[in-house]
Design a protein around this ligand. Structure first.
Ligand SMILES: O=C1C[C@@](O)(C(=O)O)C[C@@H](O)[C@@H]1O
Length: 254
């Protein structure tokens, strides 16, 4: 994999894959407790999954949460994510609201990376990337398939599209129906790493069967892996302490 992205003191795309944990509380109080609890787990990156938050339609409330997370975890790069229901998230909002929310998060000064779903109008994705870059914020361009695993060609083509549109960190999460599907995700990741990726990419095969993909990113070419704190934000996430041990074990063997 060539190319790195450095946010705060964390460099994605070199060495051991970095560990991200998602905050998934529904209220300010829950989110505060989760953020406090993360101090002990010491992940490399934190993601706020704002689609879990009951007040997500109120930009002021969203900014207040971002400020609170930043105050509790000032050294951790913060990813702002609104995952739409059609990609496995908790709720669906109108496109205009999705754009407004992401622009506000990027402009808040509290966020380092926003996650923009690839399957939106190309012009909207590009406009969001431009707005984020204007604020010095990086962009994950993501796609999630909770129903199955597309072909290797299709996975590569989605990651390349995310790259072409200007995403700093192309990402794909797919659901395996067999061990062969997990191999497909790993093969696509490796092909990106060998042939096309000029920046870090993030890939995972979800659920129990896909766990190997959350551990072996350094070998196949995925720069960030999502671990679980008390509750996972997607199926198959491994507890952070165990995840770290395995990532380090694999790193030492290389
Ligand atoms: O896109 C991702 C990856 C993920 O779906 C996973 O499978 O670990 C978890 C989500 O919170 C995150 O936004």
């Amino acid at each position: 994999m060539s190319g790195t992205v450095t946010v705060k003191n964390v460099t994605l795309g070199e060495g051991v894959p970095k560990i991200c944990v998602s905050l998934i509380g529904a209220t300010l109080t829950e989110l505060k407790e989760e953020a406090e609890a993360l101090k002990a787990l010491a992940p490399d990156v934190v993601e706020w999954r704002s689609d879990f938050f009951a007040g997500v339609d109120n930009i002021e409330a969203v900014t207040e949460i971002l400020e609170m997370i930043q105050a509790i975890l000032p050294d951790l790069p913060l990813i702002f994510t609104f995952r739409s229901a059609r990609e496995g998230g908790e709720r669906q909002i109108a496109t205009e609201d999705y754009i407004r929310l992401n622009k506000a998060a990027a402009a808040s000064g509290f966020v380092d990376i926003i996650d923009v779903e690839l399957f939106n109008e190309e012009a909207d994705v590009q406009a969001l990337i431009a707005a984020a870059h204007d604020c010095g914020v990086f962009v994950i361009v993501s796609n999630h398939d909770f129903q199955g695993t597309p072909s290797e060609e299709e996975i590569v083509s989605r990651l390349r599209k995310a790259q072409e549109l200007g995403g700093d960190l192309p990402k794909i999460a797919v659901m395996p129906c067999s061990a062969a599907d997990v191999l497909t995700l790993l093969a696509a990741t490796n092909r990106m790493q060998e042939l096309y990726a000029d920046r870090p990419i993030i890939t995972m095969s979800m659920a129990g069967e896909g766990v190997i993909s959350r551990l072996a990113g350094e070998i196949f070419g995925s720069a960030l892996t999502f671990g679980a704190a008390h509750k996972p934000s997607a199926p198959g996430q491994v507890a952070v302490a165990e995840l770290r041990k395995v990532l380090e074990l694999l790193h030492r063997s290389l």
